[in-house]
Write a new protein. Structure first.
Length: 254
């Protein structure tokens, strides 16, 4: 993913102030046109919310609604602490298909998601270890620190957990890998929320995150692969517990 913002793209997108009762729709239209014309490319970062509001001559609320709509269209993705980036447009369709597959049979679906992660993420970690740049290492360190502070705060813990794993996917340097992880980020968020409620789940997860971080800091691909495997075995086990707990909670009580 490039670190370029639209500010650094020269005379590319030029936005017009909008005046209508549905301001956010015209913002969406202008950004979408810039993407379709190739003025904004996958990986380009949108300006900050305040800057966009000034450029369009609208409130930050309108910009926020526009970004939400663009995310729903699969055209941008927002990363906590890093900003909003243009996607390649394919993750939205993948996200919808995988989300449907999980929810048709939830009892098996969450186990299947954990197994998918076990197949993918150890190799992502191995690719990332020798390639990662300091900025993404800092993101991983900050995520671990945030999880440590949030062992009793599910929302903050889960968002930091996502930041940790998405930083690894970005560090792998393969846009297909990042697009695939982006496509299941909503499912990953829900899976992590379920696991958080398993007794000892956050503490076990944090133990493994620290080991993965140490391996990546050491640029050790094999250690990164093995520590990620250990972590995902824990995720798979905790997912099974969460599924059973959820099933039992739905049983009728005499």
């Amino acid at each position: 993913m490039t670190s370029e913002t639209v500010d650094s793209l020269g005379a590319k997108p030029v936005y017009r102030a909008v005046k209508t009762s549905r301001l956010y729709e015209l913002i969406v239209q202008q950004v979408e046109e810039s993407i379709l014309k190739g003025q904004l490319k996958p990986g380009d970062q949108l300006p900050a919310e305040r800057d966009l509001a000034q450029r369009f001559g609208v409130s930050r609320t309108a910009v926020r609604e526009a970004v939400k709509a663009l995310r729903e269209k699969g055209l941008v993705e927002a990363y906590s602490g890093r900003g909003t980036f243009v996607t390649d447009g394919t993750s939205h369709a993948i996200r919808h298909s995988l989300d449907l597959l999980i929810r048709i049979n939830q009892q098996e679906g969450w186990t299947h998601l954990a197994e998918l992660r076990y197949i993918l993420e150890p190799e992502i970690a191995a690719l990332a270890a020798p390639r990662i740049e300091e900025q993404l290492l800092s993101t991983m360190r900050e995520a671990v620190a945030a999880m440590e502070r949030s062992l009793h705060d599910p929302e903050a813990y889960v968002e930091a957990d996502l930041d940790f794993h998405l930083a690894l996917a970005e560090a792998a340097g393969n846009p297909l890998v990042l697009s695939l992880l982006d496509s299941i980020v909503g499912l990953l968020r829900e899976q992590r929320s379920r696991i958080f409620n398993v007794e000892g789940g956050p503490e076990r997860g944090q133990f493994h995150h620290k080991r993965i971080l140490a391996a990546v800091e050491g640029r050790n691909a094999e250690a990164a692969r093995e520590t990620m495997r250990d972590h995902l075995q824990q995720v798979l086990a905790d997912s099974d517990v969460a599924v059973k707990d959820n099933s039992q909670s739905k049983l009728p009580h005499n």
